[in-house]
Write a protein that binds this ligand. Structure first.
Ligand SMILES: Cc1cc2nc3c(=O)[nH]c(=O)nc-3n(C[C@H](O)[C@H](O)[C@H](O)COP(=O)(O)O)c2cc1C
Length: 226
């Protein structure tokens, strides 16, 4: 486990922290849902989004948009949606998977659900102009290309947050109702909210996380090949 870095709004210090070795950022980046309500320097959030834009997009569409939310109004709307979704998903999760890891995750999600209005910064990652029109004979992989165009940028943002020492978590349940989220954020019909990156200075620690071993997921040349 890595001790949390002290909060900073010094942009030179932020740039120094961003020089963390890539592999260290990758292996210790994890969902940090327990965060302080203290504000985060807006220039840091801007820098993270700028790093997000280094990611690839399908057909180089660059059809991403990022709405930074700090106002209580839209936060309260998203929090209400999160609670509604959590009632269903949290309940299901508790019934279906009772292992230690899931229990730990569900506890931390519950904490986030209960404190969602206090998250100082929410970055709502959006995509424009998609997905595929249902009337056109476009293959289903077009959906993958569309929605897959936001997550490389989101991962950059998460890794950057980790290097800076910010707590970050990627969540989708607060967008349970696209209509409600769109109205709260003033999004035009052509813009879909895809996910929310919650940012704040952490209460918890970064550190390694349990993952399936590589040999379990690696197939050489074809399915099942070893
Ligand atoms: C597409 C996507 C949607 C997610 N939605 C939520 C969510 O709504 N709430 C939440 O607490 N975590 C959400 N997560 C985070 C996962 O629960 C988390 O990444 C997973 O449990 C592994 O934990 P780690 O990030 O700490 O490694 C989401 C992750 C992804 C990739």
């Amino acid at each position: 486990m890595t001790e949390p870095l002290p909060p900073t709004d010094d942009l030179d210090e932020v740039e120094r922290r961003l020089r963390m070795p890539l592999v260290d950022a990758m292996v210790t980046q994890r969902s940090i849902r327990r965060i302080l309500p203290d504000p985060v320097e807006p220039a840091i959030v801007r820098r993270l989004i700028e790093l997000g834009l280094e990611g690839p997009t399908g057909s180089n569409g660059q059809n991403w948009e990022f709405v930074v939310v700090t106002d209580p109004g839209p936060k309260a709307v998203l929090a209400k949606q999160y609670r509604r979704a959590w009632k269903i998903y949290g309940g299901l999760g508790q019934r279906l998977r009772k292992d230690d890891q899931t229990t730990r995750i569900l506890k931390s999600v519950k904490w986030q659900v209960d404190h969602f209005e206090e998250v100082p910064v929410m970055v709502v990652a959006c995509l424009k102009n998609g997905p595929r029109p249902p009337v056109l004979p476009v293959p289903a992989i077009a959906d993958s290309s569309h929605y897959g165009s936001i997550y490389p940028s989101v991962q950059n943002l998460l890794l950057g947050a980790r290097a800076i020492g910010l707590g970050a978590s990627l969540v989708t349940l607060p967008l349970w109702s696209g209509i409600v989220a769109r109205r709260a954020l003033g999004l035009p019909a052509s813009v879909d909210p895809t996910s929310v990156i919650c940012l704040g200075w952490p209460i918890g620690k970064y550190g390694p996380k349990p993952r399936r071993p590589v040999d379990e997921v690696l197939h050489l040349e074809r399915w099942g090949g070893s």
